[in-house]
Structure formats: C-alpha cells, structure tokens
Write a protein that binds this ligand. Structure first.
Ligand code: KG4
Ligand code: ZN
Length: 332
C-alpha cells in the first residue's frame, strides 16, 4: 500500500511516498531556515507563506522521485497537529483536496507520534511495546508505545523543550539559528565538566523534564563572565557542559521509564536525536544495560513526511480515516 505523506507543522515543507509503512520510496524536505535566520527563530506568518509556495513543487518532487503518479497512491496522510496553525492548514487544505478529488482515504497524523515511526523506516524495525523519547524543537515527550494506535504519554517537559533549550543557548552564545547543530559543533571541542550546570528534578514527577533553569544558568554564566564569548576555549566548555546536562536529563529519564514500564526497548527520535553526542551516550548506555536501542537515520530525525506517511499507513489499515471537515490543532 502506497501512502503519500505531507508535513507542514513548522518550518519544513515535506512530502514523501512510503510503502507499507516501512519502505521509503521518496522523501523530499524543503527547509526554510534561511527565511527565518535573520529573525533568530521561526516566524509563523513567514512559515505559512513559504509552505504555500513550496508544497506543490515538493509534492511533485516526491512523486517523481518515487517514480509514481497520484493515481498510484492508495492513501494520504497529513500532519494534523501539534504545530503552527497557519502552517498546518496549508498541508491540511492540500491533503483534503487530493483526498476528495482522487477519492482516496486521508489519515490525520499526530506529529510527535509520527516522529516515533521514523525508527520503523528500516529493514529491521523494533518490536512493540517499547518506550519512545521524542526530543524535538517544541516537545520533549516520553511515551509507552503499546501499538501504532495507542501511545500513552509517560512524561513531558513542564517548560522548554530540549531542542528549544539548544536554540536559546545558541542565541545567548551568539551562534545563530538553528541552534542545535551549532552548539553540538562547538561542544565537540569543549570539556563537559568545565561548568557545573543544574539538572532539575521534580521529586514527585520523576519522568517530567525541565530545561528552562538550565538555559537560565547558561545566561547567568554569560552575564557574570561576558569574556567567555571572546574566548573560544571557554565558549566550547560552556557549550559542552550545557549539552552534557541535556543529555544526562534525557537519558536518566529514558532509563527510568524503561524501569517503570518493565520494558527493554527504546526509541529516541526528533530533531535533537540527530545530536552525535546524545547518540553516542545512548549507544554506550544501551550496551551496558542490554537495552535494545533504535535511532532513526540522521535524515529522518528532523521533520519529514516519510514518518507521517508511515503512521498514516497504520491508521488507514485500522480504518481510522480523517473526516474532511476535521480541523488542525496547535497543542496536544
Ligand atoms: O523535530 P524537529 O526537526 O522539529 C520539531 O518538531 O520541533 O526538531 C528541531 C529541533 C531544533 O530545536 C534544533 O535545534 C534541534 O532539533 N536539533 C538539534 C540538532 N539538530 C537539530 N539539537 C541538538 N543537536 C543537533 N545536532
Ligand atoms: Zn518535529
């Protein structure tokens, strides 16, 4: 079964063709970061306008790359939320028109749950159930994935998301946008033990994340010691210490969730899962603990439509079609 996926929840316009929720025939992503870089973050109105310009060429590109036409597609999948409303409605409008005119079923996909499916786009996908940690720009969520249709939220961030913390720290350190990759590159040259930064915990909610205090601690260091920004060594040390604190916060809760659920299978996905240091620490911990670890390939960590098509396949196979009057949602 061929599913055409569409993703426009934030600042990537993406389309993909995926077979049986597993085999990626094409995945095209048009990033907009150049349109937002001068503002230091995503501007919702600009994102929506770029989606409007990019979506049809991106869709055509995905069909061409897969060597198929719209007639060959068996169903459609579109991100319904969470995300920027103005951005989501562009993808939703196009998906509804295609579904209506082609008379093909449409699935409405939850963006964060779709990130988890990126780990299944491989020859050897994980078995279920498992624990999944979604680490993106807007969310840091831990799930118990019982099936593709039933994912229970175990924990989330009470304030900033991990990716947001990377972006804000990059801004504080004047590294530019998008921040994650820049902080990672700088951190690679630094000493992660150079600065002692907080790793906030809430005793009564051990699976809840919190990253705003960490960002504030970095801001305070820079306020007290502005000379750090002029010292490449100290700057790298601060970036490495920040990155280490994020990685420790993520991994400690992931393994606590495995312990609490009695599971031994972990997926870590979302934009921050592209971080090389995080991937290495996860692999080391998994090897020591004997945990089965599944990380999406780098190109499928960030936003893409292959993961949307993959989850859409399972929804449609279970008969979960989206009504054509259904709306997008910003939170959830
Ligand atoms: O999943 P994603 O592409 O979009 C959302 O759904 O939000 O995640 C984007 C986030 C951004 O905050 C970006 O800074 C972060 O992922 N990111 C990284 C890296 N690559 C992207 N964070 C740390 N290290 C990276 N290498
Ligand atoms: Zn995302």
């Amino acid at each position: 079964m061929l599913i055409l996926g569409i993703e426009t929840s934030c600042d990537e316009t993406a389309a993909a063709v995926v077979e049986d929720g597993r085999r990626v025939l094409s995945s095209v992503v048009a990033t907009q970061f150049e349109s937002h870089a001068q503002y230091g973050g995503v501007v919702p109105e600009i994102a929506a306008r770029r989606h409007l310009e990019n979506l049809l060429p991106v869709l055509q590109g995905a069909l061409d790359q897969a060597g198929v036409t719209l007639k060959d597609v068996d169903g459609l999948a579109v991100t319904q939320g969470p995300g920027l409303i103005g951005a989501l409605v562009i993808g939703m409008a196009v998906a509804k028109v295609l579904s209506y005119t082609l008379k093909k079923p449409l699935a409405g996909v939850h963006h964060l749950q779709a990130h988890i499916l990126a780990a299944f786009l491989t020859e050897n996908p994980p078995a279920l159930p498992l624990v999944a940690l979604v680490v993106s720009g807007g969310h840091t969520n831990l799930y118990r994935v019982n099936s593709f249709l039933k994912m229970d939220l175990l924990g989330r961030s009470r304030d900033d998301a991990a990716g947001e913390a990377f972006d804000k720290v990059a801004k504080l350190m004047q590294l530019g946008y998008p921040g994650g990759v820049k902080v990672e590159a700088l951190a690679a040259r630094g000493n992660p033990a150079a600065f002692s930064l907080p790793r906030p915990r809430i005793a009564t909610e051990p699976l809840t994340f919190s990253f705003s205090g960490l960002k504030t601690a970095v801001a305070l260091q820079l306020k007290r010691h502005p000379e750090i920004l002029a010292d490449p060594g100290a700057q790298a040390d601060l970036a490495a210490s920040f990155q280490e604190a994020v990685v420790e916060s993520l991994t400690s809760r992931a393994w606590l969730a495995l312990k609490q659920t009695g599971l031994n299978r972990l997926v870590v996905c979302g934009g921050v899962a592209a971080n090389g240091h995080l991937r290495q620490v996860l692999r080391d911990l998994a090897a020591t603990a004997g945990t089965e670890l599944f990380l999406p390939t780098l190109d499928l960590c960030g936003d893409n439509a292959a993961m949307v098509a993959a989850l859409g396949f399972h929804l449609l196979a279970a008969g979960q079609r989206l009504d054509l009057d259904a709306d997008v949602f910003s939170r959830g």
